[in-house]
Design a protein around this ligand. Structure first.
Ligand code: SAH
Length: 470
């Protein structure tokens, strides 16, 4: 950020506007929205500015402009409509230590006026640091459409009721109250012009402490998607914004955390490969204790919380503790990886089974579960398979499938560093090493030729199958 947005308190401040024509009048109209005093510096004023002066809304100084003319001002706009004069006045204003904006001269601007969406006291300022004024206008138009004209009045009403809410409600109940007020029915009622009715509803909620909320469970197990911040669901974003505390993993993109409230507590419970990690039972217990403290908890997991994410263990711990939870699904990596390949997880007439599986073995398990699913018409997506690649290859070779299986690997699917590699099964381990395929990756295995051996051995299966067959 080359410029930093701030809202300045304007009450008791002076703004100097140097110029007496239309550009000066534009700035004057803008600053008249604030509580600042306006000092016009110009030998003559156009009729609009002259009328404002006569009405006592602006001061006017027609003497030759000097450094002192800017004395004590917080901000100066220079818009004499003469380039040389503007440049000279810029020097005087700077010498007086005033922040200056020279109209149409970005190179001479210490302060830049943003595009403004005005629903006073709700004000949105949009800036592009001069790079894309058209984009700023487009954003402004979108916001003008989204923010109903009466929104400022509703915000002002909320402002008047804040003290009452603070004396009656806990901080958490207050957040629920305002989320309810601005998030739905009350806002719609107010926008339709039923302001007194909306005010009564809010006061009633404050007085009774009964706040209608659509947020049912105190804990949400939220799927963040495969890593890019626009692949989380809208419900997931909503839960992030409601959260008091977020427990997140290593594969979570920092941009996704930016979608949460600024003052949310963020706790990293990730497991970096080869490093010290949080044991699962510790994660379970921090979730339970945060919920017991009355916090609204989000457990943010990459992909979908129901796919190789140990969500079930966390859910069990919450259930045992008598704490409600909600599961918010996410885009699982296999979906993201298939899309990255420009393909589909199933295809009518070609792929009729989809298997989500992992190369990680269950304790005490001898065989490779996924192998039983390799057949023509099946798409097998292997999670956590990069390290196990030599083993996967050996298993396929042992089953006589080495040259019958096509392999497509998508590493970091849907992220900036996405990598796609394809090979045959008998070249899997070498390809991963040669191409430097990094974690996290999905390895798709599809049998596209008949096997070279007539009877491939199937592993014995004693434990129930963990993989998901769709
Ligand atoms: N719950 C997650 C899976 C977590 S297990 C989901 O639904 O996707 C971790 C594994 O997920 C990784 O080893 C890798 O196989 C896969 N994975 C996660 N993010 C990925 C990404 N962006 N691209 C490819 N694979 C990914």
């Amino acid at each position: 950020m080359k410029t930093f947005p701030m809202f300045l308190r304007m009450n008791g401040r002076t703004v100097v506007i140097a110029g007496g024509g239309e550009q000066a009048a534009q700035k004057c109209r803008l600053i008249l929205k604030t509580e600042a005093t306006i000092r016009l510096l110009a030998p003559a004023l156009d009729p609009e500015l002259a009328a404002l002066h006569r009405a006592g809304r602006v001061e006017w100084n027609a003497s030759p402009i000097t450094e002192q003319s800017f004395g004590g001002a917080a901000l100066a706009f220079i818009c004499t409509e003469c380039a040389e004069t503007d440049a000279a006045l810029h020097g005087l204003a700077r010498a007086a230590g005033v922040l200056v904006n020279v109209v149409d001269r970005p190179d001479l601007c210490e302060a830049i006026t943003p595009s403004i969406v005005d629903r006073d006291p709700v004000v949105v300022a949009i800036g592009t640091e001069g790079t894309a004024p058209v984009l700023a206008r487009q954003i402004k138009t979108r916001l003008e459409e989204t923010l109903e004209p009466r929104l400022g009045d509703l915000a002002a009403l909320a402002g008047r009721l804040r003290d009452l809410a603070a004396t009656r409600l806990s901080p958490r109940a207050r957040r629920d109250l305002w989320a309810w007020v601005f998030g739905g029915e009350v806002r719609r009622t107010h926008a339709r012009g039923l302001e007194a009715h909306a005010a009564r509803r809010i006061k009633q909620a404050i007085e009774t402490g009964e706040i209608p909320t659509d947020c049912t469970a105190p804990v949400a197990l939220v799927g963040a998607g495969p890593g890019s911040s626009d692949l989380i669901t809208l419900r997931g974003v909503k839960r992030l914004q409601e959260a008091d505390i977020i427990f997140y993993d290593r594969l979570i993109d920092p941009e996704i955390l930016e979608l949460a409230r600024r003052d949310v507590e963020r706790v990293y419970v990730g497991k970096a490969p080869g490093c010290h990690s949080w044991p699962q039972d510790r994660i379970n217990s921090v979730l339970v204790s945060a919920a017991r403290q009355g916090k609204r908890v989000v457990r943010l997991k990459c992909g979908d919380p129901g796919v190789f994410a140990r969500g079930a263990e966390e859910a069990d711990a919450l259930r045992e503790a008598g704490i409600d939870y909600e599961i918010v699904p996410g885009v699982t990596s296999a979906s993201a990886a298939a899309a990255a390949l420009g393909g589909f997880l199933t295809e009518r007439g070609r792929t009729d089974s989809l298997v989500l599986t992992t190369a990680r073995r269950r304790e005490g398990d001898e065989g490779a579960d996924w192998l039983t699913h390799i057949r023509q018409g099946s798409n097998v997506a292997v999670y956590m398979g990069v390290q196990a690649a030599p083993e996967i290859q050996a298993t396929l070779e042992g089953a006589g499938l080495a040259d019958a299986v096509a392999v497509r690997i998508v590493s970091n699917a849907q992220r900036a560093n996405q990598q796609i590699v394809t090979c045959r099964a008998d070249a899997l381990a070498d390809t991963i090493t040669r191409e430097n395929v990094a974690n996290p990756a999905i390895i798709f295995l599809t049998q596209d030729r008949p096997t070279t051996v007539a009877h491939r051995p199937l592993p014995m299966r004693t434990a129930p199958d963990l993989s998901v067959v769709a």
